[in-house]
Design a binder for this molecule. Structure first.
Ligand SMILES: Cc1ncc(COP(=O)(O)O)c(C=O)c1O
Length: 444
């Protein structure tokens, strides 16, 4: 294989059968489409190249900056493509939650701008969100950035409709699979592939997978975010299901240890979600003499997610499990966490004796922009590390925990209560509710 440019190596990824002894389905052949084997390492190489190509030829010879709202694989691919063309790349995001990816982007020469956004994904309906405002500014006339606009650019979908989808059909001897399973981030890959598969066979069933409510799987949306934005069209999917981070890691471990597939969390989530969904179909096929075929996407590789795995499953990396918020189930959180509504919290802060310690778990930019007077800013990842070995403050000090919308703080309130703290409360609705109630906030 001889190429003039590394971009010629994008696409034509293998479709690998998962052995039935691993997944246990007796009447369904399950295949993994290995998008992680693209040269920059992920499913986003195709859309990054397809979206950037027209901009790069426009910018040839100039000194422009490619910009994208991405903190992950799209940013990685675009940083490499920009460098290849003598251009700069800037990644704008609300927060880099996976430290290895942030460091990798810096190594690739990317500039990273972290804005105090609220949602993990761009939500254009939230016009107060700095990330949304930045996105709007990029589309205004006179913007000098080369903006690939992955959340709205039809070329994101097209990259998969002309590449990933047709490759699957070709490798299945010209037939569409009966089932197609993909995790949903921008929705580009699932929409593009589903379109092509349905053109071949309208009966194909498409399952979209997202992260469970208030859980985090890097690269994809949560069940709450999925209906919000961009290229997402509910008609693409026959069903949407959610997967927990624990299931994603279980899937990763199975694919890595039993199939030789060095997948990241979304590949694991897609595998686990596929097997769970297909179990019923498999049972119905028993005795009919029919077989079916299913394909899921392995989006990227494991190496960038070691800290993600360590936080949630330290025993997999030879560590002992300390106190971890990520390991609590929703039922445990509901049973153990105490919440306090904004008005009651204000009275508590004004009259509590001793005065409660307020800990703001948001990122430093969000905190600098607006926070509750007297609060301390400990970003949730750092807080996670702090509480792992024990309570970082006295049991005699009451604690109010605040985060963007009251979900993360709820988790930590449950954890600290479980660790023996008698009075930890989570601010219901978070800083957003505090602000919406007109309660005072100060700027750094
Ligand atoms: C690791 C990972 N998995 C899955 C996806 C979802 O892909 P899409 O944006 O095409 O929905 C992404 C998108 O960034 C990703 O980074």
């Amino acid at each position: 294989m001889r190429y003039d440019s590394i971009t010629d190596a994008i696409g034509n990824t293998p479709l690998v059968r998962i052995d039935a002894s691993v997944h246990g389905l007796r009447h369904i052949d399950l295949y993994a489409k290995l998008e992680m084997l693209n040269p920059f390492g992920s499913v986003k190489d195709r859309p990054a190249w397809h979206m950037a190509r027209p901009l790069l030829s426009e910018a040839a010879g100039g000194d422009g900056t490619v910009v994208e709202l991405s903190s992950g694989n799209t940013a990685k691919a675009l940083a490499l493509l920009a460098g290849l063309n003598g251009l700069k790349f800037k990644s704008v995001t609300n927060r880099m939650r996976v430290p290895e990816i942030k460091e990798l982007l810096l190594l690739l020469g990317a500039e990273i701008e972290e804005l105090p956004g609220r949602s993990e994904c761009l939500d254009p309906t939230d016009t107060d969100d700095p990330l949304t405002r930045f996105h709007q500014a990029l589309s205004e006339p006179g913007s000098t950035y080369l903006h690939t606009d992955q959340y709205f650019n039809p070329r994101n979908v097209e990259a998969h409709a002309t590449g990933t989808g047709p490759e699957i059909v070709k490798d299945l001897d010209g037939r569409a699979p009966d089932w197609f399973v993909a995790c949903v981030g921008t929705a580009g890959s699932s929409t593009g592939v589903a379109k092509v598969l349905r053109e071949h066979d309208p009966r194909v069933r498409v399952l979209g997978l997202v992260a469970d409510k208030s859980d985090f799987i890097p690269g994809i949306r949560t069940i709450d975010e999925v209906h919000q934005v961009g290229l997402f069209d509910p008609a693409t999917y026959d069903s949407i299901a959610s997967v927990t981070s624990q299931e994603a890691i279980d899937g990763m471990v199975t694919l890595i240890r039993r199939c030789g597939l060095l997948t990241g969390p979304t590949g694991g989530a897609a595998y686990q979600g596929a097997v769970r969904q297909l179990a019923a179909a498999d049972a119905e096929l028993a005795g009919t003499g029919h077989r079916q075929t299913a394909v899921f996407i392995v989006c990227d590789r494991a190496e960038s997610y070691l800290s993600y795995v360590r936080d949630r499953r330290p025993e997999l990396l030879g560590r002992t499990r300390g106190h971890s918020a990520a390991s609590l189930t929703d039922a445990e959180i509901r049973a153990e966490a105490r919440t306090v509504a904004v008005e009651e919290a204000r009275r508590w802060l004004a009259g509590g004796e001793p005065r409660p310690l307020v800990i703001d778990l948001r990122g430093p930019h969000a905190y600098a922009a607006l926070h509750i007077e007297g609060s301390a800013n400990i970003v949730d990842e750092v807080f996670d590390e702090l509480v792992r070995t024990g309570l970082p403050f006295s049991k005699r000090t009451p604690v109010l925990l605040a985060c963007p919308v009251g979900e993360k703080s709820l988790r930590y309130a449950a954890l600290l209560t479980r660790m023996g703290h008698p009075d930890v409360r989570s601010l219901a609705g978070g800083i957003v509710a505090w602000r919406d109630a007109g309660a005072p906030l100060v700027r750094e």
